[in-house]
Design a protein around this ligand. Structure first.
Ligand code: FES
Length: 321
């Protein structure tokens, strides 16, 4: 289970491409070398480094493990090119590089292992949620899944999930469906809620989280919400604690951009605040968190900052770099 020599990335071979449902294919990646992949927790994702230079994040499906990882990719004609490449140019046998799995969407036990769980998935957002469902089932925990989609043909695993009494499929083509916020409002007040889906659904839940259910709604985003805080526009200074270097960050720059310009070897992937690769400990200062990786409660506890998107509320941040 060692990482290869490729800058901390794992070398993988595309072993199989399978039809998942209308518009969605599944890709199985196996270790290219004799090494095994790291084990996987439900909710984890990997960065997939495509030969055309794009890096995209994909959640790992339940059958992922040291022998191979399985991802599902929805073709998005309006997307930024990753899914199109996978649907059109990927071929069985190709070598690809991936990151080790990261998990900012793990099942929690701090609410008590017996607390009910509400899983919410919209569209391709089913991928991490489906892995969670399997983990909860294996743990014998009580859960309910609500899964929204346009039609049954476009919903991954719809056949299997539709036969499960703990699952409710909300199919737009079949008429009126409840909103995610309505489902949460009707759920057990102590339930932990995990949601992955389109931005509109997650924004709706985020608003609910702030007003009524602080801290018990966990979300996985694959696109960054638009920052609304005016402080995000101001410049500030970053101090790198290990060298004492002081670096100005202009109003139009990110901390990550500035550090890359200076040739610093910093980790990053999505550059949108959704993957967690660029997380750095913040030693002093007051960050303005603009990422979607951690909840506000986690930001208050963790003292870290995603340097690809987050900024400073004050004039200075001291980072453990
Ligand atoms: S690079 Fe993905 S969160 Fe910063």
């Amino acid at each position: 289970m060692a990482l290869s020599e490729t800058g901390g990335r794992l070398r993988a071979r595309l072993q199989a491409i399978e039809h998942g449902c209308e518009g969605i294919c599944q890709y199985r990646l196996v270790p290219l070398d004799a090494q095994e992949f790291p084990p996987v927790e439900a909710g984890a994702h990997v960065d997939l480094h495509l030969p055309n230079g794009l890096v995209r994040q994909y959640s790992l499906l339940p059958s992922s493990g040291p022998g191979g990882y399985l991802i599902a990719v929805k073709r998005d004609a309006a997307g930024r090119g990753g899914s199109q490449w996978l649907h059109e140019a990927a071929r069985v046998g190709m070598a690809l590089e991936i990151s080790a799995p990261r998990n900012h969407f793990a099942l929690r036990e701090d609410n008590g292992a017996q607390a009910p769980v509400l899983l919410l998935a919209g569209g391709i957002g089913i991928t991490p949620v489906y892995a969670m469902l399997h983990a909860l089932e294996a743990q014998g925990r009580t859960f309910e899944l609500h899964y929204w989609g346009r039609s049954l043909e476009q919903m991954l695993f719809a056949g299997q999930l539709g036969a499960d009494s703990r699952v409710q499929l909300h199919v737009a083509a079949q008429g009126k469906a409840p909103r995610a916020a309505e489902v949460v409002a009707a759920a057990h007040a102590d339930a932990d809620v995990y949601a992955c889906g389109p931005q509109s659904m997650l924004d709706e839940l985020a608003a609910l989280d702030a007003s009524r259910r602080s801290g018990r709604i966990y979300m996985e985003r694959f696109a960054a919400p638009v920052p609304v805080d005016a402080s995000a526009a101001a410049g500030f200074e970053v101090v790198l604690a290990r060298s004492g270097l002081r670096v100005p960050v202009g109003p139009e720059q990110s901390i990550l951009e500035v550090l890359k310009e200076r040739g610093m070897d910093v980790m990053y992937s999505c550059e949108q605040g959704v993957c967690g690769a660029c997380e750095v400990t913040c030693l002093e200062g007051e960050p303005l968190h603009l990422d979607s990786v951690r909840t506000p409660q986690e930001h208050a506890q963790e003292k870290t900052i995603m340097i690809c998107c987050s900024r400073s509320l004050g004039e200075r941040l001291v980072l453990d770099l």
